[in-house]
Design a binder for this molecule. Structure first.
Ligand SMILES: [Zn+2]
Length: 565
């Protein structure tokens, strides 16, 4: 391919609205262009890289025995109502009316569609197990689309769904997908970490996320330095340090005028936030409840919802004032008539200062069990750096990550709702047990760049580089230079390599800069000077030194370098 015959609009300046390196580089290297917030056009280079990732994903899915299908992006709302997910996901779904006023949605995922398909097409244990997959666009009405393809309104996903007759079967299907994911991310050149994850709106009982460690990542991860434990901070558990504080003197009121936030109260009373009990009012199944956590920690709503087995919602101001009988900012567990759920860390008694449920007043020396009754103790906070590993008790580290893949054991939530049954060997109707498995394909593409770039531009792994080699004839008006360049391109293509020839009539420095920016794994330069010696110059993107090699050996040598990479 010749540069002049395609569209590669590179940009020198860093685009204003791109916050992270990979987003900037995708724009600068001419891989994508923004249409509007969260919507991007793939230009030729971006599309080539995307197709290479898709091919790797497809090969590994096929190898794992999954069956490719293609389901519609446009789906009837009714099917989402049957699983109850229209209510939980409606804000993030694009909703459409057709000309007959029928309600449709643009699919953010496909559990409903695939389960409906299987409910109709599979009816015997003899047809099982089966795993179906597709590579397709998904839609999500993001409030704040950002970071380019990382959080877009339209994106490409590979999603797969397994159907089994037993939990042992689900475990096998899950493991097959897990192993395929490990191979996929290795092949696209990504270093990922599989972490335990929350299953969130998907429902289900076990899941792992494949994370690309990166400062710009939107997900928090904690990992143990000693054992293999690693989890999303939404999911992560912690071991508690055992020490219990001695019984304090009787609780006593203290005036805390105009001090409402943890920071204000801690500053006013000249104590550390760890000494405070943070009391939050939530609404669960329509009823207010109090949730107490240590003052320096953050509540993990996912854990709260799991512990209480219901959706939870922060109470509005009026509900808080009614439940506590006090203005906002002075809630505490003592004397409340609503149930109090407390984080297990509070059982040690270290935190002992709480709101008094009265204006401008707090209580000192509060002891759970003595002064305040607890309906149940749970692990309710978001894990942080230095929290102790739940497996081995060693301190954990906190990192940031980009989620590129997610595997779930779903269970029967969707098969039950959509009547996906089969006949077992004895002729009894049984419910199918499901798993689901996603890879953000467009996000994976950007994550590769986020993890693999330097000050000059992208550093593509050869497996996903849009072109593996750039051939740069320095003087395009010199006939011999162009003849040799074209011969080299033909010889490289004969080796099965994708080659771009920069045939623009530009200064050498300009071409070198663009080649580094785009990140071709190998750059081959044909100049009048090198030709005088019967040689061309080769440079790998990851190397600092250049090599002069004889013309006749160049193609074979370059092919060798790409294969090694
Ligand atoms: Zn550990």
């Amino acid at each position: 391919m010749r540069w002049s015959k395609t569209l590669i609009p590179t940009i020198k300046e860093i685009p204003q609205d791109a916050e992270i390196a990979s987003h900037q580089l995708m724009l600068r290297a001419g891989l994508i262009r923004k249409l509007s917030g969260g919507l991007y056009t793939f230009l030729p280079l971006g599309l080539k890289a995307l197709r290479k990732i898709e091919r790797i994903v497809r090969e590994e899915m096929d190898r794992a025995g999954a069956i490719e299908i293609l389901m519609p992006a446009l789906q009837p709302r009714e099917i989402w109502e049957r699983t109850g997910r229209y209510a939980t996901l409606r804000d993030t779904m694009f909703k459409i009316l057709d000309r007959q006023n029928r309600h449709l949605v643009l699919g953010p995922t496909h559990e409903e569609v695939v389960t409906d398909l299987v409910a109709h097409e599979i009816n015997s244990y003899r047809q099982l197990p089966k795993t179906f997959y597709q590579i397709q666009v998904k839609f999500r009405d993001e409030i704040r689309p950002r970071f380019g393809l990382m959080r877009a309104k339209e994106f490409v996903m590979k999603d797969a769904y397994s159907f089994d007759t037993s939990w042992e079967g689900v475990e096998k299907s899950y493991q097959a997908m897990y192993n395929a994911y490990v191979r996929i991310f290795e092949r696209v050149g990504l270093r990922t970490k599989a972490v335990e994850a929350d299953s969130g709106a998907m429902g289900g009982s076990a899941s792992h996320e494949f994370m690309v460690l990166a400062e710009s990542g939107e997900d928090g991860i904690v990992e143990c330095g000693d054992c293999a434990y690693a989890a999303n901070t939404e999911r992560a558990e912690r071991k508690l340090a055992a020490a219990a504080s001695p019984e304090p003197p009787p609780a006593a009121r203290v005036a805390t005028p105009n001090s409402r936030t943890i920071e204000e109260i801690a500053a006013f009373l000249k104590v550390k936030p760890e000494m405070l009990i943070k009391t939050l009012i939530y609404v669960v199944k329509g009823q207010p409840v109090a949730v107490c956590i240590p003052g320096h920690r953050e509540l993990n709503e996912h854990k709260l919802a799991r512990a209480l087995g219901a959706d939870v919602q922060m109470a509005d101001d009026a509900t808080v004032e009614k439940a506590t009988g006090a203005p906002l900012g002075f809630a505490g567990p003592v004397g409340l008539t609503i149930p109090v759920y407390a984080d297990a860390e509070l059982a040690s008694g270290q935190a002992s200062i709480a709101g008094a449920n009265a204006a401008d007043t707090h209580l000192l020396n509060v002891r759970f069990g003595r002064d305040a009754q607890v309906a149940a103790w749970h692990d309710l906070v978001i894990c942080r750096e230095h929290d102790l590993c739940p497996r081995c008790g060693q301190p954990m580290r906190e990192k940031r990550g980009i989620e590129v893949g997610h595997v779930f054991k779903l269970g029967v939530k969707y098969s039950q709702a959509l009547d996906a049954m089969y006949l077992d060997e004895a002729g009894n109707r049984q419910t199918l047990i499901m798993g689901c498995y996603g890879i953000g394909v467009t996000r994976t593409l950007q994550a590769v760049i986020e993890q693999s770039h330097d000050a000059n531009g992208i550093v593509w792994p050869a497996s996903v580089a849009p072109f593996e080699v750039a051939v740069l004839p320095l003087n395009v008006n010199h006939a011999e230079t162009m003849r040799v360049a074209e011969e080299l391109v033909a010889a490289l293509e004969a080796q099965g390599l994708a080659v771009l020839m920069d045939d623009r009539d530009e200064r050498p420095g300009f071409k070198f800069k663009d080649a580094d920016l785009i990140g071709f794994p190998v750059r081959a330069v044909v100049s009048e000077r090198s030709l005088a010696e019967g040689k061309i110059e080769i440079k790998q993107r990851t190397a600092t030194d250049k090599k002069m090699v004889p013309l006749a050996e160049a193609a074979g040598l370059i092919a060798g370098l790409i294969r090694e990479a």
